[in-house]
Design a protein around this ligand. Structure first.
Ligand code: GYE
Length: 322
C-alpha cells in the first residue's frame, strides 16, 4: 500500500527509467563493423588497411578486422563469423569477383547490410550488397593505355612489344585493368601484348615473372605494363639484373601511385603511374553509418584519381599521402 504521492511518483519514475534509457543506450552503443581484408600484398593494401583502422577509431566505430591472406575461403569464414557475432554492418574487399552468392545471402537473411570496399563482385542479385565504394579499374587501364598511345605516336616507325604483369587471377582490378588497357591500345596495331601473366600484385612474384619474360625473350621487350606498382618495382630489379635499364630500355607503366612508385620515377626507372586511391576509410565509415541508419545510399561510389608521369615525380612526392 503506498499512500504517499511523492513516493508513488518516484516509484513510477524509477520503473520508467530503463525504458527511457534504452533508446539512449542504443544511441550510445558504438556501431560494430566487421571488415574482411584481402591481405597485405602491396603498399596499396597496407595504406588501405591503415586508412580503415584510423577512420574507424576517428568515427568511434568498433572495428572487427580479419586479414584473409589472399584466400576466398578465409573471407567467407570471416563473414560467417561476423554474421554469428551479429555485427551491425559487414564490409569486405573481395579477393576475386565470383563465388559470393551463398555467403551474401546468409548475411541478407540475418538482416546485416554488406558494403563492398575497393573491389567488385559478380552476383546474381545486386540487392545482396548495399553499396560498392572503390575505383573505376577499367578507367585506370584506359589511362595507362592512353599514356602509351601518346608515347607511341612519337615513334611512328617502331613496333612496340608489350609484356603485361597481371594482378591476382580473377580479381576485379586484374580483369578490369587488362580490359581498359586493351580497349585503348587496339587503336594502334603496332602495340602488341606479346606475353601476359599474373604476378599476384606482389613485388616478389612481379620480379619472378619478369625474369621469366626476359629469359624467354624471342622478341625485344619495349614496354612493361604492370597492374600495380609493387609488381613494377619487383620487375625493375629483374630488368636491372638482366643488365638492362628500366624506364629507358624498357618503358614501364604501372598503377596505384604509391610512394615507392614516385621514388622509382624520380630515379628514372619507372615512366608513369596511374593513381588508385587506397584512402577509403573515412568514406567507408560514413557509408556504414548511413546504411545502418537506413538512409538511401548510392549503389556505386567512385574515387577521383590522376595520372602521374615521371616528369612530375619529384614535385609531387612530398604531397603523396600513401
Ligand atoms: O591496385 C593492388 C592491390 O584492389 C585496387 O589491390 C586494389 C589493388 C591494388 O593489392 O596494389
Amino acid at each position: 500500500m503506498m499512500k504517499n504521492p511523492i513516493r508513488r511518483t518516484l516509484l513510477a519514475a524509477a520503473l520508467a527509467l530503463p525504458a527511457l534509457c534504452a533508446p539512449l543506450n542504443a544511441l550510445a552503443a558504438p556501431l560494430v563493423l566487421g571488415f574482411s581484408q584481402v591481405g597485405a600484398e602491396s603498399e596499396w593494401r597496407t595504406a588501405n588497411t591503415a586508412s580503415i583502422k584510423a577512420a574507424a577509431k576517428e568515427a568511434g566505430i568498433t572495428l572487427k578486422f580479419a586479414d584473409a591472406q589472399q584466400k576466398q575461403e578465409n573471407q567467407v569464414k570471416a563473414i560467417r563469423s561476423y554474421i554469428a557475432q551479429k555485427v551491425d554492418v559487414i564490409a569486405f574487399s573481395p579477393v576475386v569477383e565470383s563465388g559470393w552468392d551463398t555467403v551474401l545471402k546468409e548475411a541478407k537473411a540475418a538482416g546485416i547490410p554488406v558494403i563492398l570496399t575497393d573491389r567488385a563482385v559478380k552476383v546474381s542479385d545486386p540487392s545482396l550488397y548495399a553499396s560498392f565504394i572503390g575505383s573505376d579499374f577499367v578507367e585506370e587501364g584506359r589511362k595507362a593505355g592512353r599514356w602509351l598511345l601518346e608515347r607511341a605516336a612519337r615513334t611512328p616507325a617502331a613496333a612496340l612489344n608489350i609484356v603485361e604483369l597481371q594482378g591476382t587471377v580473377g580479381s576485379a582490378p586484374a580483369l578490369d585493368r587488362k580490359k581498359g588497357f586493351e580497349e585503348v591500345i587496339k587503336a594502334n596495331p603496332r602495340l602488341q601484348i606479346i606475353r601476359s601473366q599474373s604476378g599476384e600484385f606482389t613485388r616478389a612474384k612481379g620480379k619472378e615473372v619478369m625474369e621469366a619474360f626476359l629469359k624467354a625473350r624471342d622478341r625485344k621487350i619495349d614496354v612493361l605494363y604492370a597492374h600495380n606498382d609493387d609488381m613494377a618495382i619487383g620487375a625493375i630489379q629483374a630488368i636491372e639484373e638482366a643488365g638492362l635499364k628500366p624506364g629507358v630500355d624498357i618503358a614501364i607503366i604501372s598503377i596505384d601511385g604509391v610512394r615507392g612508385a614516385f621514388e622509382a620515377m624520380k630515379a628514372g626507372k619507372l615512366n608513369v603511374t596511374v593513381e588508385c586511391n587506397p584512402l577509403l576509410g573515412p568514406q567507408l565509415m560514413q557509408l556504414a553509418r548511413d546504411v545502418v541508419a537506413g538512409k538511401p545510399v548510392e549503389k556505386r561510389i567512385t574515387v577521383n584519381e590522376g595520372v602521374y608521369p615521371a616528369e612530375v615525380a619529384a614535385k609531387e612526392l612530398p604531397n603523396r599521402k600513401y
